[in-house]
Design a protein around this ligand. Structure first.
Ligand code: GLN
Length: 447
């Protein structure tokens, strides 16, 4: 048996039956990371000794009531934009190169402190989660485990690559415009962007607060449902967290889907969607048909404006959120400066990479007095149209099926020269964030 190839639900079964100890499982991952990290570059920080020590402690306590029948003792990886007390949280940026948070993000608290999962470390990402290839990381380029000359996607590229390479059994990612789903897709693993508000964002370093959402990256759908069940739930520390009862998302997994109405938006199958991607989707549609689902076509015609809308809103929010990194309250402080203005300027110039600067400039521009109405306000109006159109779609269909990425994993450097090309790789995912999906948040609240 190769421990690192097992899913989490398989690991859990073996722990429960005492066929494996937490120490054996953790050791297998530590060995795997020591073997593979030099090729994959998935981690910014590893905490392997701490992980092994915690595993030993958990094994000692495993028979106690508190830890029985739980996921205690199973390892995980955490994207490096979620605060972890005592361990660096860098957002893969020079700006936060040495930042150690004084507290744990709510998701980390739930998983590591309450459920007693074991963190193996912090995973690489695009700087401040801005990108679709993990190439904007200040520290390193994570490679796609299936082909080391290709990108793993982004921004949660470290999380997706680590799961695909069996370096962690599962991981947390964050998704503002596709950053869980797209890297999961490019690495051939399962990624889920939960409904906005379902998972607390407390302790997630903000990129675009009205779009950001934390979610699971796993080997299979069952693990995804398990991890979502562990992290979902109301949190009074996050004012946008939805006050809904806790749910077991694994409950309906094995139900049949006879009569399920699946809508396929035709706009997501047009030009720009690569042939291999279309074929994969068509095959998936055939499988759903065989399982008894009813497939129908639908039109979401405002989708063509979603990408522009996303980049206006995301950059606007980012320019405001990243204002706190001034070298005084937070972040890298320049050594050379003559006065206060200089200190701000030099710290931010040195601390941020090119993509982050581009977004701050774009965001400041669309929020500026002369352009606010033309860009930001208009984008907010289109956002409402996108939400309405998806709501109409869900009146007729139970689910909507679209590709995740218009292309398969691309080569390093292929899109870094032209930012617009890179932005186009988000074309299939951003409308979901704009609309707060997969569920309509108001229907979630009224339940
Ligand atoms: N690729 C998108 C962007 O660069 C999405 C990022 C994300 O979801 N964090 O904005």
């Amino acid at each position: 048996m190769n421990i690192t190839e097992l899913t989490v639900h398989e690991l859990r079964e073996k722990l429960d039956k005492k066929e494996l100890t937490s120490e054996e499982i953790t050791k297998a991952y530590v060995d795997r990371i020591n073997d593979k990290e030099k090729d994959i570059n998935a981690f910014v920080t590893t905490t392997l000794d701490e992980a092994l020590n915690k595993a030993k402690e958990i094994d000692k306590e495993k028979n106690s009531e508190k830890l029985e029948n739980s996921y205690a003792g199973i390892p995980l990886g955490i994207k490096d934009n979620m605060c972890t007390k005592g361990v660096k949280t860098t957002c893969s940026s020079r700006m936060l190169e040495n930042f150690i948070a004084p507290y744990d993000a709510t998701v980390v608290n739930k998983l590591v402190n309450e459920e007693n999962l074991i963190s193996l470390g912090k995973l690489n990402m695009d700087e401040f989660a801005m990108g679709s290839s993990t190439e904007t990381s200040y520290f390193k380029k994570t490679k796609n485990p299936w082909d080391l000359s290709r990108v793993p996607g982004g921004s949660s590229g470290g999380s997706a690559a680590a799961v695909a390479a069996n370096m962690v059994p599962w991981a947390l990612g964050s998704d503002t415009g596709g950053s869980i789903r797209q890297p999961a897709s490019l690495c051939g693993v399962v990624g889920l962007k939960p409904t906005y508000g379902l998972v607390s964002r407390y302790g997630l370093v903000a990129f675009a607060s009205s779009l950001d959402q934390i979610g699971p990256i796993t080997k299979d759908v069952e693990d995804s449902a398990i991890l979502l069940s562990l992290i979902a739930g109301h949190d009074e520390k996050d004012s946008t967290s939805a006050n809904v009862p806790k749910k077991d998302y694994t409950k309906n997994l094995k139900k049949d889907i006879k009569g399920l109405k699946i809508g396929v938006p035709k706009e997501f199958f047009g030009d720009g969607i690569n042939k291999d991607v279309k074929e994969a989707l068509e095959k998936a549609i055939e499988v759903y048909k065989e399982l008894g689902a009813e497939i129908g076509e639908i039109s979401i015609d405002v989708a063509e404006y979603a990408l522009a809308t996303y980049y206006i809103i995301a950059c606007a929010e980012a320019s405001s959120n990243l204002g706190r990194f001034d070298g005084i309250r937070y972040g890298h402080r320049a050594k050379d400066f003559e006065n206060l203005k200089d200190l701000y300027k030099n710290s931010r110039s040195e601390g941020f990479g090119a993509e982050v600067k581009r977004r701050i400039i774009l965001g400041t521009y669309v929020l500026s007095a002369g352009y606010y109405d033309a860009y930001y306000k208009k984008a907010q109006k289109v956002r409402t149209l996108v939400q309405n159109e998806f709501s109409r779609g869900f009146e007729r269909y139970d689910v909507l099926l679209t590709p995740t990425s218009p292309i398969t994993a691309f080569k390093f450097g292929e899109k870094t020269e032209n930012p617009l090309e890179m932005y186009l790789s988000d074309i299939c995912t951003v409308s979901v964030n704009i609309a707060g999906l997969p569920r309509n948040i108001s229907s979630l609240r009224s339940r």
